[in-house]
Design a binder for this molecule. Structure first.
Ligand code: NAG
Length: 129
């Protein structure tokens, strides 16, 4: 339990500094990003950054405290390879012809991210096997 608390504290300290922190050379690919996207209040998931034309995406990770309450949301930012954009439908960096339309990405945040951790229905009836 104590280890969990220490870990949660470390993650939240680290997380506070991870938003819009990219690997070196990002400016050559995405220029100067606008920093408008926030993970605050968002559930776990991957989020295309519409204000950066989906060349940036974010991972939001709620940090759950000891009492089960979400104390903060860790925020990690990434950029897609040159000439690609984050497709909110497939959660991959894709070329713009294949990617889900960036302007509509926010409309499916919830739908797509709700799939994390969901066990698909398999309709297996073990009694008849
Ligand atoms: C990105 O791709 C374009 C087109 O192929 C190219 O002109 C440009 O130099 C590339 N930029 C980087 C940072 O690789």
């Amino acid at each position: 339990m104590r280890e969990a608390l220490v870990l949660a504290a470390l993650v939240s300290v680290a997380a506070a500094r991870m938003a819009y922190v990219f690997s070196s050379g990002f400016e050559d690919v995405i220029g100067t990003p606008s920093e408008t996207f926030s993970c605050e209040g968002r559930p776990y998931g991957y989020y295309a950054d519409v204000d950066n034309d989906c060349r940036v995406f974010h991972v939001c990770l709620p940090i759950v405290g000891e009492e089960g309450e979400a104390s903060t949301v860790a925020h990690f930012s990434f950029f897609c390879p040159n000439q690609t954009m984050f497709s909110q439908e497939s959660l991959t960096c894709s070329n713009s012809q294949e990617a889900f339309p960036c302007q509509d990405a926010a409309s499916i945040y919830e739908l797509v991210n709700a799939e994390f951790g969901r066990i698909p229905d398999q309709n297996i009836d073990l009694r008849n096997e």
